[in-house]
Design a protein around this ligand. Structure first.
Ligand code: ADP
Ligand code: GLC
Length: 492
């Protein structure tokens, strides 16, 4: 059994802006089921503190970069028995707005300090400088907000092993040289072998450079980020560290995302009772003011409305196919330009298109259950979770062939229908034409009831539960530990 500190800036259901929160909820549980001793540490944003169940004061935390009065609270991740440690630091976290952006969608001006401090606390726990009476063997850090922690930890002689997971390479936590100076980071880190990245301090680069192992969330994305097209300037660095880079596909939590037990949907169903699925469709059509019809394919989409997700392709595809028999139900929030375009379409074609701006966990579940097709037209997608949820709901994913989408959905053709591996529709070209063509193909198949049903069954048979991926992480933890121990032996 290893002791694992899992460091993350989001965890469902306490704070979530994207899939990182889902992973931070379900991977620690899966590791615990494999008999590991896991603690999760998150920043104490107001939502987190407000939703904690029976929080206990664990210890005060002080030291360099850490404001006075900072403490660690102990609770558990709701509906799990995974221990949660919350960094309660009102100076940095107790404010209205999001975890990274203020109410005007601007980055908090002190983000470098806020997350450097989080990293300092992670490192202090890791190195036994906090009064937690528990010290990890492994520190598993996630995304840029935790990137400086492996760097701090690397300075200690007797240290735990570190592993850093990249959930999205586009978000790098890059700050000015002044921020580097203010944080009083070791001056030798300002170099190509340190945290300097095109004259900026990069938290993500720190995570990559100083961790013993680096992972990303699908095998295809692990390959893609080695190329300039997907590397966001870091492809050279990643190629340099390729020997410690692995792609581990995310799993999903079927206790939250299964149509047979989903508490958000009206009509539960499984493979044997797919006719109940149609009742969810009619119910959602009614609620969203769409025309009530079983025979028109309903395309669903739930996502952050940003460039990454190919929302522009979707808008263009809707326009180009407005005369076709297709309905759309879309939930999301993000860039104003995309929100406005979707509002306009929904207003103009209210029987065909529904757009809900905002964030709703419950509606996301209802869209998964009600839709016939789930669309993810991403330009790049490190893993993507919704297409995996869709499979379990018998809602056939229509996805672009990239990253985790390519690793989880199998394009329908004669061969894959025959061998029962077909689970969805996959298109290559990042364009509205590519998406439009795939949408047409989905509509054609929708009319072939038997084939559709057989694909739904294939999809629902897929198993992306965490066990397998959690096992892979255990292997990487061992590798990281071996590396640290042999390094220490050489030093001795
Ligand atoms: P990303 O992390 O890039 O946003 P993922 O597919 O990994 O993409 O995860 C997105 C998660 O966030 C999913 O659980 C999805 O259902 C959820 N989500 C995204 N936007 C919304 C929204 N507007 N309302 C509810 N859930 C949302
Ligand atoms: C990121 C990625 C997404 C991935 C999620 C969880 O937000 O954009 O593809 O599924 O992290 O790993």
């Amino acid at each position: 059994m290893s002791k694992i500190l899992f460091a993350t800036s989001e965890v469902f259901p306490l704070v979530k802006t994207g899939g990182l929160a889902d992973v931070s909820n379900s991977l620690p549980s899966a590791l615990q089921l494999l008999n590991q001793d896991v603690r999760v540490v998150v920043p104490g944003y107001p939502d987190v503190i407000a939703k904690l169940e029976n929080p206990m004061h664990l210890c005060d935390v002080d030291g360099f970069l850490i404001p006075e009065g900072t403490r660690l609270l102990e609770s558990s991740i709701p509906d799990t028995n995974v221990t949660l440690w919350v960094v309660d630091c009102p100076d940095f976290y107790s404010r209205e707005g999001g975890p990274y952006l203020d109410s005007y969608q601007q980055e908090w001006p002190d983000n470098a300090q806020r997350f450097a401090m989080f990293c300092r606390v992670i490192a202090d726990i890791a190195l036994g400088h906090c009064d937690t009476s528990w010290q990890p063997d492994i520190v598993h850090c996630n995304d840029w907000q935790t990137g400086l922690a492996p760097a701090f930890i690397s300075l200690a002689e007797n240290r735990p092993a570190t592993i850093f997971t990249i959930h999205n390479l586009a978000y790098q936590g890059n700050f000015s040289k002044e921020a580097f100076d203010e944080l009083l980071l070791p001056y030798q880190w300002w170099s190509v072998d340190g945290v300097e990245f095109y004259h900026k301090l990069s938290f993500l680069k720190a995570g990559v450079v100083f961790s013993d192992q680096v992972t990303t969330v699908s095998p295809s994305y692990a390959q893609e980020i080695l190329s300039p097209e997907f590397g966001y300037g870091m492809d050279g660095l990643l190629r340099h560290h390729q020997s410690k880079l692995t792609g581990v596909l995310n799993g999903v939590d079927y206790s939250t995302w299964s149509p047979s037990s989903d508490t958000h949907i009206k009509f539960n169903y499984d493979r044997e009772s797919l006719e109940e699925k149609i009742k969810n469709k009619l119910d959602l059509q009614r609620n969203m003011g769409l025309k009530l019809t079983k025979g028109t394919p309903l395309f669903g989409m739930v996502c952050r409305l940003v460039h990454q997700k190919g929302v522009d392709f979707v808008v263009e595809t809707i326009k180009a196919n407005i005369d076709e028999k297709i309905q759309w139900v879309i939930l999301g929030s993000g860039e104003e330009y995309f929100e406005n375009a979707l509002f306009e379409l929904a207003e103009q074609y209210s029987e065909k298109i529904s757009f809900t701006q905002g964030y709703s966990e419950s509606l996301a579940h209802r869209i998964e259950a009600a839709s016939d097709v789930f669309v993810m037209a991403s330009r790049y997608e490190p893993c993507g979770l919704n297409q995996i949820y869709s499979l379990r709901y018998g809602t056939l994913p229509l996805v672009r062939e990239t990253g985790g989408l390519a690793d989880t959905v199998v394009q329908v053709n004669e061969q894959t229908l025959e061998d029962r591996s077909a689970t969805g529709f996959v298109f290559q070209e990042a364009s509205s034409e590519g998406l439009s063509e795939a949408a047409q193909q989905a509509c054609n198949f929708f009319r072939k009831k038997k084939k559709w049903r057989s694909m739904q069954e294939n999809a629902m048979n897929q198993d992306f539960s965490w066990k397998q991926s959690a096992d892979l992480y255990l292997g990487l933890y061992d590798l990281a530990l071996e590396g640290v121990r042999s390094g220490q032996m050489v030093a001795e």
